[in-house]
Write a protein that binds this ligand. Structure first.
Ligand code: TEU
Ligand code: CA
Length: 567
């Protein structure tokens, strides 16, 4: 069968690796590049085409690699440049593509550029950053950094000067207004692409444009500071930077790029991911950020299946055929999707497969975050000492300041900590889940005896074997055009806790209906006409069908999910 994909990546299945926690080959407790190379066949078997690596550049790891001290070298803890080259060539042999994380809103305070800026704030490198004078002892603005506290930090060696960091103080922001800095970045990006790298995920990219001149915003907590979002909302003109980056780097290399974009307006979607967009794709974070409070995690609200469905449908409708949105249920900054989106405390394998079905066939690119494919779950936390994530540690403090008891604060950490996604991959039932023979840098989830790849391989009904079915169906020559280009039509909208949608190719009339039951009891669903042919189902038995007057009714098990083809 001839498959007409307009771009090579349109029908791709994508996978995120968090290298530190993926696979350790030298037993230092830290995952590494040789460990990734060893697992390329595994990823191929899973049906993965594009792999994004969270940062592996030289870094003090203050924010786990999102603080880069040398963009052109690999941190020895992750391996060598030779390993990286081997990874690229081994991936390409398997027709797989590798993306690195492009972290250019900030670098590390241990980067050469920042060290030189401290030596001579008025010189060339001082202008790579936002360095300001204190005025009457006061910092320039009242912005609160994402990880807590002021965004302004005294410049080492210069008591009257401060530098800007919207994330951690070890992550000074780069000044994109400076054309010389931009040239440095483009050189570096092109250097990697010339090496054969296939593209990038663009970290925190929306932060590179600041609203200037600096000013205070309305405070939103009793720390008398204002969240960064208010400033970003006012910052105009990021498009100039992003178009330049696209034209100077991505386009000439035909690179694949995916943006971490949080705050786009619906009318900006074409600029970001349209025909000549800044990026190939960007993530849909509507579900991720739902319920987040300005006050901190302690004041967040939960997401219900009805919220989830509404938000997903909104994104699908607003993106429509403009471009390819990237669909996720989790990443390295989020709790595990199965704990966030499935109602109840202990998600069953059936429920995990239901959630997977619900998002996998949406229009756009399906992404799997490492461990998601075996149903990895959040980890229990008993004390703040067990927590690595700097964001969680800050939120713990904020919660205590808001008068939560330590127990209540720990419950929050358990729910939202970024550590949840960062515990080592559970390869098998042996010590440390087969991740390392040394001491893992972050503790292994004790549920590994139940949730691990080796055990799931043996079980035809496992979450892992189901993910293989998902990727195989999406890429089946018979369906790939339908899932890649087919229209998205929300269906069964009024069925409470049921997510239903059609994918349809108007030219051929080919259509499927995806139905996912987010309730823990059986449901009878009145079907639109013609959809009776089950092509995928997450339960042992296919759903039963019956007639109600003239209409077809499907009986879906608790947390059942099904893909039906139109006859
Ligand atoms: O994240 C950017 C970002 O905005 C999130 O960190 C967000 O603030 C957080 O998820 C709220 O829970 C990127 C990376 O994905 C993250 O790991 C880094 O810490 C951050 O940038 C700084 O580079
Ligand atoms: Ca290692």
């Amino acid at each position: 069968m001839k498959i007409n994909l307009k771009k090579w990546w349109h029908g791709a299945v994508c996978y995120q690796i968090y290298p530190k926690s993926f696979n350790d080959t030298n037993d230092d407790g830290i995952g590494d590049l040789p460990g990734i190379i060893d697992k390329l066949d595994y990823l191929k078997e899973l049906g993965v085409d594009i792999v994004w690596l969270s940062p592996i550049y030289a870094s003090p790891l203050a924010d786990q690699g999102y603080d880069i001290s040398d963009y052109r070298s690999i941190d020895p803890r992750f391996g060598t440049m030779k390993d990286m080259e081997t990874l690229l060539s081994e991936a390409h042999k398997r027709d797989m593509h590798i993306l690195m994380d492009l972290v250019v809103n900030h670098c590390s305070d241990e980067h050469e550029w920042f060290k030189k800026a401290c030596e001579d704030p008025e010189g060339r490198y001082g202008k790579y950053f936002y360095i300001e004078d204190l005025k009457d002892g006061k910092v320039p603005t009242n912005w609160r950094s994402y990880f807590g506290g002021s965004v302004w930090e005294p410049l080492p060696g210069h008591p009257n000067k401060v530098y800007l960091h919207v994330f951690h103080k070890k992550q000074p922001d780069l000044n994109w207004e400076n054309p010389i800095l931009r040239e440095e970045i483009y050189d570096m990006v092109n250097w990697w692409l010339d090496k054969g790298l296939d593209g990038f995920r663009l970290d925190a990219i929306i932060n590179i444009k600041k609203a200037l001149p600096f000013r205070d915003y309305e405070t939103d907590r009793n720390d008398n500071m204002a969240e960064i979002g208010k400033m970003l909302h006012e910052a105009d003109g990021i498009g100039d930077f992003l178009s330049e980056l696209r034209d100077r780097c991505f386009k000439p290399h035909n690179a694949f790029t995916v943006g971490e974009v949080f705050n786009e307006d619906p009318d900006e979607i074409p600029d970001f991911i349209g025909e000549n967009g800044y990026f190939s794709s960007m993530y849909d974070f509507a579900e991720t950020i739902f319920g987040q409070s300005q006050l901190g995690w302690y004041s967040n609200s939960d997401i219900t299946p009805e919220d989830y469905k509404r938000l997903v449908f909104e994104t699908q409708e607003k993106v429509s055929d403009i471009g390819f949105i990237s669909n996720i249920i989790e990443n390295h900054d989020e709790p595990r999707g199965v704990n966030r989106y499935i109602p109840g405390d202990n998600p069953s394998d059936t429920a995990k497969k239901m959630l997977a079905t619900a998002y996998f066939f949406l229009r756009g690119l399906p992404w799997i975050y490492q461990g998601q494919e075996i149903g990895m779950e959040n980890i229990h936390v008993t004390s703040i000492d067990e927590v690595d994530d700097i964001s969680a540690r800050d939120n713990y403090k904020v919660a205590l300041e808001a008068d939560l008891t330590p127990d209540e604060a720990i419950k929050l950490i358990e729910k939202y900590s970024r550590d949840n996604a960062r515990t080592p991959f559970q390869w098998d039932g042996s010590k440390n889940a087969g991740f390392t023979k040394g001491t893992p840098w972050l503790r292994v989830n004790p549920n590994f005896e139940r949730v691990n790849l080796a055990a799931e391989r043996e079980d035809p009904l496992s979450v892992f074997n189901y993910y293989k079915q998902l990727t195989a169906l999406r890429k089946d020559p018979k369906y790939i055009e339908l899932f890649t280009y087919g229209e998205f039509k929300p269906t069964l909208k009024k069925e409470y806790n049921i997510m239903g949608y059609k994918r349809e190719l108007p030219e051929t009339g080919q259509a499927v209906l995806v139905v996912a039951n987010f309730s823990d009891f059986e449901r009878e669903i009145m079907l639109p006409e013609g959809f009776k042919n089950v092509i995928l189902c997450n339960t042992k038995r296919d759903p039963a069908f019956k007639k109600d007057h003239d209409r077809d009714v499907m009986i879906l098990e608790p947390f059942g999910a099904v893909v039906l083809e139109k006859q």
